[in-house]
Design a protein around this ligand. Structure first.
Ligand code: ATP
Ligand code: MG
Ligand code: FE
Length: 338
């Protein structure tokens, strides 16, 4: 069984081929057009997907050694994401499947982030808790099987990746700011400055407060010292990062204690953050957890994770029709709905 998978939900155009559950490759074209705008421009993302998609798919087929005549199905990210960006991938997948008379498999991008943990061993055992942290989402997910997952808590405002990126922008760092802030934080003192820890009820998160807190903190200090940012950049980054990680870890620990689950994973772009990876490993000892960290290549958007999700859907016989349309907002566990 060979499946071609396509990812186009945001600013990465990606294609991958999976053969009998084994990922053969993962071709990713990152869009650089957004850099000068300091954030993803939706219309430019759609156009860049149109330019990149055919070469990326050709490359995936060629380097996998799987001819299109040997494909068993075509999979694509249906949502959530930018509508125009999704449309490019969905339209391509539909035409490709129709032309080759292949079944189609729709994949939820947030489920795919979680299922990235099954690309390589060791994989978590069920049930496990996954903290999915990305540019658009922050979710605590209870995963009961490859196809069954449920949200225990999520952000009520900004995603944590958005908080990283927006604070990095305030600090004058180039886009995308998350990885830049991470790098600078490595050389700073995380206890140099203190920012408030927001505490929402239950297992939900809030990240809009810290962004404002950092903004006011900088305004106040810049008044007294115009070089305040330049002089303290690494310490500010380290302190911000420590605060964001503490907010994530507090809820993760609570979710694991409440559900009595000790298998713990992180997923999504922010799971590439070195501070978060370190905090998770430290908690493994303290909390008695078995922890799982995705390879960096599978943290941010990629089609390999979409292919992995498609593999399980193929086995379960979960296909969709040519009348399917993308969904900018799409809940986890929305299988088969129109
Ligand atoms: P979603 O998955 O919610 O639709 P997305 O696909 O845009 O959003 P991803 O590609 O999964 O998100 O992740 C991108 C986010 O990850 C960006 O906000 C980016 O800054 C952040 N990120 C990537 N690497 C790091 C890092 N090392 N430290 C902090 N943040 C990071
Ligand atoms: Mg991206
Ligand atoms: Fe993503």
């Amino acid at each position: 069984c060979n499946i071609l998978a396509i990812e186009s939900s945001c600013d990465e155009t990606s294609a991958a081929v999976i053969s009998d559950g084994k990922i053969l490759n993962n071709i990713v074209a990152t869009q650089s057009v957004h850099e000068k705008y300091g954030g993803v421009v939706p219309e430019l993302a759609s156009r860049a997907h149109q330019q990149h998609l055919v070469p990326v798919v050709s490359e995936a087929l060629k380097s996998s050694g799987v001819d299109k005549s040997a494909l068993s199905a075509v999979a694509f990210t249906r949502g959530p994401g930018l509508m125009g960006a999704l449309l490019v991938g969905v339209s391509f997948a539909k035409s490709f499947a129709h032309a080759l008379d292949l079944p189609l498999i729709e994949v939820n991008h947030m489920e795919a982030h979680v299922l990235a943990h099954f690309i390589e061993k060791p994989s978590p055992s069920f049930p496990f808790i996954c903290l999915t942290v990305s540019g658009g989402h922050t979710q605590l997910v209870r995963v009961s099987s490859h196809l069954e997952m449920e949200i225990l808590g999520e952000t009520l405002d900004d995603a944590v990746g958005e908080a990283f990126d927006k604070i990095a922008k305030i600090l004058g760092l180039p886009y995308p700011g998350g990885p830049q802030l991470d790098k600078l934080a490595g050389n700073g003192d995380p206890d140099a400055f203190t920012f408030p820890l927001s505490d929402m009820k239950g297992l939900d998160f809030s990240f809009s407060g810290i962004k404002t807190a950092v903004l006011y903190f900088l305004k106040k200090n810049l008044k007294e010292d115009p070089d305040f940012i330049a002089r303290n950049l690494e310490d500010i980054c380290a302190s911000v990062q420590q605060t964001l990680i503490a907010m994530l870890m507090n809820k993760l620990i609570r979710a694991c204690n409440e559900s009595e689950i000790r298998e713990v994973a992180i997923a999504g772009g922010v799971s590439a953050n070195s501070g978060l990876r370190k905090a998770l490993k430290e908690s493994a000892g303290e909390q008695g957890w078995k922890v799982y960290l995705p390879k960096l290549e599978y943290c941010t958007d990629n089609a390999a994770m979409v292919a992995m999700a498609a593999h399980y859907k193929y086995q379960a016989g979960q296909f969709c029709g040519l009348d399917i349309s993308p969904l900018a907002r799409m809940k986890i566990g929305n299988h088969g709905k129109k």
